[in-house]
Design a protein around this ligand. Structure first.
Ligand SMILES: [Zn+2]
Length: 261
């Protein structure tokens, strides 16, 4: 058995279909987790239910007491997170009729759009193919935005906007980390970066593969593997960049409708 239709609906309504841990808006990509597992006597009750996104659900479930790594979410902590979030969604719809609150959110929306302009880095991400090189500077706005989001007052009171802001921040962070991991400065122009070059253009790599390989066949195999790896990196960066653009578009569309700016 799992949660009844009635309990499931109530939990989805009360959370606004946001994850109760990371607060991202999930739409239909949401799951209802048993805080106390059924195997340990947990019930299919409203109080034992917490709506979570796929990522947070996997994280909550992945903890293995035999190989502890990090700190497990306790049952009471999960409940507290959930209650706090339910409280916030309940309060949002009331205060948001208050023009002062709308004004605060509108100001935040405008600030974020000043950092991430549609024609700045977002246009670059839309059009650039990460198979080619790029100026490091062209991504500064992403870093500015991540710094900006660290301040505690950077939080929309409107939960739909806050959910989209969190998704945007998380997509930008994923892209930013991948950019740092997979791209390198060009040897001649250090202010430009790119993913690794074709292995045959890289003399150091060629001689390293030659020293590792016992035959010409093995050498060619290593080169082929490296080429495949480069193609994967290129696709990954292009994909993550497009995710940032989609998150940005959703954020801007809803913000314009809500705040009429
Ligand atoms: Zn989550």
């Amino acid at each position: 058995m799992s949660f009844s239709q009635k309990i499931a609906e109530q939990a989805l309504l009360d959370s606004g279909r946001h994850c109760c841990l990371c607060h991202k808006f999930c739409g239909f990509k949401i799951e209802l987790h048993h805080i106390v597992q059924k195997a340990e006597g947990g019930e299919d009750s409203y109080d034992n239910c917490i709506p979570l996104c796929f990522d947070c659900h996997a994280e909550v479930k992945a903890y293995n007491p035999k190989h502890p790594k990090g700190r497990k979410y306790t049952d009471s902590e999960l409940r507290a997170h959930r209650n706090r979030w339910y409280e916030k969604t309940k309060n949002t719809y009331g205060p948001l009729a208050n023009p002062d609150y709308i004004e605060l959110d509108r100001k935040l929306f405008t600030q974020i759009r000043e950092i991430l302009k549609s024609k700045g880095v977002i246009l670059f991400l839309r059009e650039h193919d990460y198979g080619g090189s790029f100026d490091l500077e062209s991504h500064d706005e992403l870093e500015d935005f991540l710094h900006f989001c660290k301040a505690p007052e950077i939080e929309f009171l409107d939960i739909d906007m806050e959910g989209l802001r969190i998704s945007l921040e998380s997509d930008i962070r994923k892209f930013w980390i991948a950019l740092g991991e997979y791209t390198f400065p060009l040897p001649v122009k250090r202010e430009r970066n790119r993913i690794p070059r074709d292995p045959m253009q890289d003399l150091e790599l060629v001689s390293w593969f030659q020293s590792k390989a016992n035959s010409q066949e093995e050498f060619e195999e290593l080169i082929a593997q490296q080429r495949k790896h480069i193609v994967e990196i290129r696709h990954k960066l292009n994909h993550l960049a497009q995710q940032v653009c989609s998150a940005y578009d959703e954020f801007v569309r809803l913000g314009r409708r809500k705040f009429v700016v």
